[in-house]
Design a protein around this ligand. Structure first.
Ligand code: AVJ
Length: 322
């Protein structure tokens, strides 16, 4: 009989885990934090008192929504509003409301890898903002960018919020921005949220909450290896550790092995040795300043045309064109 309860083995996941745990130092990608459990943990992170990012960006939208939407377009120029990694849309709804109020002609096109997340977002928009026309796109950033580039249509405004770019290292971030530059036409816009350098303690606290939710989020990659690849990680044998380098603006998350141990992953038919206090690097969350942003834009063929910030410059949203 077919086993329908076992999740389909993700071969890309298996290959990347094998590579990451065979490397020195060991690493795993933060993109694997996000499954149904991981999505819920991230929702809880956004509600933590220490995790200032979401609230800061929300405040920027509340305080500057009319200037922000006015910088996107005018009521007589219709456009498509794309959003990469739309999530639950709490912040975007503020902008959508304002666009409706100002009688802009637009279609909202949220893009997400998770069909489930898109379905939930569509339902909540139908209930809360029935006058917004919504056409979701299910897929990876990469595929959807390709699709956007091929369809020569209306003006486009692309949103990439929440400092999601911060999960990419410098080289990958510039490559990503180059892909954006490539699909933008003359009047198109790219609107991106980027967390800013600030007191190192504030940043460390945002990624090491005493309630342990961030630790659980980080360890979710091990849970997924256990469930989806037949691993036998004992989560209690690892601690979550955060570092922040104020010189580079890079926050890094690690899982640190408390003891010497061996972990077996059935699907890989392989065991991996950990020395006591050996690390697995799992995430980077880059913090920016204007000099960095302007340099990255220049390297990618983009131009900063506007920026919006909260009172303490905790967080900024930059508007780019080609
Ligand atoms: C969703 C990538 C913006 O890096 O701040 C939150 C993910 N990791 N706490 C971030 C995250 C740990 C978050 N991003």
């Amino acid at each position: 009989m077919e086993k329908t309860t076992t999740p389909k083995t993700n071969m890309v996941f298996a290959r990347e885990v094998k590579e990451g745990l065979s490397a020195f130092p060991k690493h795993l990608s933060s993109k694997y934090f996000y499954d149904e459990i991981g999505d819920k943990l991230f929702q809880q992170i956004m509600a933590l008192p220490e995790y200032y990012l979401t609230r800061a960006e929300y405040t920027i939208f509340e305080q500057h929504k009319s200037e922000i939407t006015a910088s996107f377009s005018t009521p007589n120029v219709p456009f498509n509003l794309y959003e990469l990694g739309a999530g639950d849309g709490t912040k975007t709804k503020l902008l959508l409301k304002e666009l409706l109020k100002q009688k802009y002609q637009f279609e909202y096109r949220p893009i997400d890898i998770s069909a489930n997340a898109l379905a939930q977002l569509s339902t909540s928009l139908t209930n809360e903002l029935p006058n917004v026309s919504v056409r979701p796109i299910q897929g990876t950033y990469f595929d959807s960018l390709k699709e956007m580039g091929q369809t020569q249509e209306k003006k486009k405004v692309i949103l990439f919020l929440g400092s999601n770019i911060g999960n990419l290292n410098h080289k990958l971030a510039v490559e990503f921005l180059m892909n954006i530059a490539h699909i933008l036409n003359k009047d198109d816009l790219f609107f991106m949220g980027m967390d800013q350098k600030k007191h190192p303690r504030t940043i460390l606290n945002a990624y090491s909450d005493p309630s342990g939710i961030t630790a659980a989020f980080n360890k979710n990659v091990l849970t997924r290896i256990n469930n989806e690849l037949g691993g036998n990680f004992n989560l209690d044998n690892f601690i979550h550790w955060e570092s922040y380098n104020p010189e580079t603006g890079t926050a890094k998350s690690y899982l640190v092995s408390k003891i010497a141990q061996e972990v077996t992953i059935d699907i890989l038919e392989q065991s991996f040795e950990f020395d006591a206090w050996e690390t697995i690097h799992t995430e980077i969350s880059q913090k920016y300043d204007d000099a960095m942003v302007y340099q990255m834009a220049e390297d990618a063929g983009l131009r900063v045309v506007n920026q919006f910030k909260d009172a303490n410059s905790t967080f900024k949203n930059y508007l780019f064109t080609i």
